[in-house]
Design a protein. Structure first.
Length: 634
């Protein structure tokens, strides 16, 4: 078994070394289904940018994902097709001009849409797309754009929203408050899909829940005293917010959805379709595209920093020396991506210097906690030897420890952006969009970093508060739920974090988690979790094992072990025997928004098996990799 593990570690490591780009990064795809591909076709056609080869390639990818019943799915085991995805595909394919309403596949999609509630029942973001491209009337939205003028001192203000929510909501406010619509001579007619139903952003029940919050916001707006036109000033401020946060590639904070909304919001502000800001934004979105199995895919963002920091760390854990060319190039890339600018995070922590890392290649102003700990793990050895890396380390650790929330946990992007009252606002998916609370995965991973790489343990006040936060948020069955993965991911992050800072493996919370993991192990030795866990708010087994879920579960068991147990042996055997089915390889392992946005990180199939197998080798006392095993060692 040890020999097979060693061989698999070498196989993965050599594959990663081979896949590294010249700039030192790993640009594996960040795959999120067809939504961005569909949106790009609709955007290009609306702007009348006739990039036919690009559009045709997107059409080919979208059409290839259609199911036999005419629908499109978000993930393999979704019980039936996804209505929102199907309307997106139907709209984009017709608007492309390369599919006809009479085509058999289009007719099948139409039948599915009409049989499942029609276009009025789609997710909120698609409702916005349908409204701003003139396919339906703008639904009423109860929040006025004047909310842009509420001061930071007001109990609810713009900076109480998560950075992700803010980036999407601000252009949306411009659009919803101006009822902007843009059709073109090529616009298809989707009116029959709505079945004469009114398109609404929220239900009556949601409106009732939100009434008190909306009333409070309106009172704040009415309290603004000014001799100028407040509406125009608000629209201007919203526009300026976006323009001030355009990244070097022309996108608005490197997200596809926020950039798309910004482009339409600028059109609503009177910009021409050929304005340089819009042209650059479109170019930036197109530049984020990649190829998956030869097919063109418009990525929601790039994951280059995340890929590179994780892979760099994994290779070092498996025994690749930091002096190797691969690690040196990766570290140089990571160092170049540390943030030196202030972002919106400074509103909540005004005396803190920049020092974090972001997720995407061109991200310079919105760092996050997970990428920061990942980057610091990767450069940890060089930080003891080279001045520039030591300075980067000190800035990063200082930023990280200062971003702890008042409740003791760590969030994804900013500090204390967790006013639960905002969840009452009538915005679909608001709990994933509007606030940025402490989460299990971020808190666990941060504790793991502090415990293993800064020698802070459970005696340190900040660490002690983080431990308490995690223990308070364990589920009754022993699992923890993550924000960016689900139950297996959250449990892995929590357990490895707690053990790293000195919590005993005999602690009841640890033992309960280990019992839960052993209970859900599959007969083949692996683990697998369905995206439905995210929708049903409880653990749902996938029915098959995946390498990524198995690696997380295996690493959790190893972190608490002193000997190789049968569960650990069987988990390692699943990874080395590579018994995974093809569809589980591409199955989403990351979550964005419950029920609508799931992520297939292509690097995960390599990274986490490599980490867990390297830790298995350490557990059994085996030798790790030697320089002779790798092509780039000298």
């Amino acid at each position: 078994m040890r020999h097979r593990v060693y061989k698999e570690i070498n196989r993965i490591a050599n594959q990663l070394i081979q896949d590294q780009s010249e700039d030192g990064a790993w640009h594996y795809p960040f795959e999120t289904g067809i939504a961005t591909d569909c949106s790009m076709i609709i955007l290009l056609r609306t702007l009348e940018i006739n990039d036919e080869e690009f559009i045709q390639e997107l059409v080919q990818r979208i059409a290839g994902k259609q199911q036999e019943d005419g629908s499109w799915k978000l993930f393999h085991d979704e019980e039936k097709g996804n209505l929102t995805s199907t309307v997106e595909a139907y709209y984009a394919l017709l608007y492309s001009g390369y599919r006809d309403p009479k085509d058999q596949e289009i007719q099948a999609a139409r039948r599915f849409i009409l049989a499942n509630g029609g276009a009025a029942e789609v997710h909120m973001f698609l409702k916005i797309m349908l409204a701003m491209t003139g396919q339906c009337a703008w639904p009423h939205f109860p929040i006025n754009v004047e909310v842009m003028l509420l001061p930071d001192s007001f109990p609810i203000n713009l900076f109480d929203l998560s950075v992700y929510g803010r980036a999407n909501l601000i252009p949306f406010l411009i659009l919803a408050n101006t009822n902007f619509r843009k059709r073109t001579p090529r616009s298809p007619n989707l009116s029959d899909l709505f079945q004469k139903k009114e398109v609404r952003f929220y239900t009556e029940d949601q409106a009732e829940e939100a009434r008190s919050v909306i009333k409070w916001i309106k009172q704040g707006i009415q309290g603004l005293k000014s001799h100028v036109n407040l509406r125009e000033l608000s629209l201007y401020r919203a526009e300026k917010y976006m323009l001030d946060r355009i990244e070097p590639d022309g996108t608005f904070v490197n997200y596809f959805s926020s950039t798309l909304l910004m482009i339409f919001a600028l059109l609503a502000r009177g910009y021409s379709t050929t304005h340089p800001v819009i042209t650059r934004a479109v170019h930036g979105l197109k530049a984020m595209s990649c190829r998956i199995d030869g097919e063109l895919h418009c990525q929601y963002t790039t994951a280059s920093v995340w890929n590179t920091t994780l892979i760099n760390y994994a290779l070092q854990e498996s025994g690749v020396p930091y002096s190797s060319n691969t690690i040196q190039k990766a570290n140089h890339y990571i160092l170049s991506r540390q943030h030196l600018k202030y972002g919106d995070w400074v509103i909540h922590e005004p005396n803190l210097l920049p020092g974090g890392w972001g997720f995407a290649d061109m991200n310079t102003i919105h760092p996050d906690i997970d990428d920061t700990t990942a980057a610091l793990r990767a450069i940890r050895t060089l930080a003891t030897e080279q001045v520039d890396y030591r300075q980067a380390w000190d800035r990063g650790v200082n930023w990280l420890i200062s971003m702890q929330n008042n409740d003791g946990g760590w969030a994804a992007f900013e500090k204390n952006v967790d006013k639960k009252l905002l969840n009452l606002l009538p915005i679909e998916g608001g709990k994933d969009l509007l606030i940025d609370p402490s989460t299990v995965d971020l808190t666990g991973r941060t504790l793991e970093f502090f415990g293993n790489y800064t020698h802070l343990d459970h005696h340190h006040p900040k660490v002690k508060r983080g431990i308490r936060w995690l223990l308070r948020h364990q589920n009754s069955d022993g699992s923890w739920v993550g924000r960016w993965g689900v139950y297996i991911y959250g449990t892995w992050a929590a357990v490895t974090g707690l053990i790293a800072v000195g919590v005993s493996t005999n602690h009841p919370a640890i033992q309960k988690a280990l019992t839960w993991l052993r209970k859900i192990q599959n007969p083949d030795g692996g683990w697998g979790e369905s995206c439905k866990s995210d929708i049903k708010n409880c653990y749902v087994p996938l029915g098959e094992s995946t390498r990524t879920h198995t690696a997380w579960a295996l690493d959790t068991l190893i972190s608490a072990a002193t000997i190789v147990t049968p569960e650990i042996e069987n988990g390692a055997a699943f990874l080395v025997e590579k018994k995974e089915k093809k569809w589980t390889t591409t199955y989403p392992k990351g979550r964005g928004m419950a029920g609508s946005f799931y992520i297939n990180y292509h690097c995960y199939e390599y990274v986490f098996p490599l980490i867990s197998l390297a830790h298995y080798q350490k557990l059994v006392g085996g030798q790790l990799l030697t320089g002779k095993s790798h092509k780039d060692f000298s």
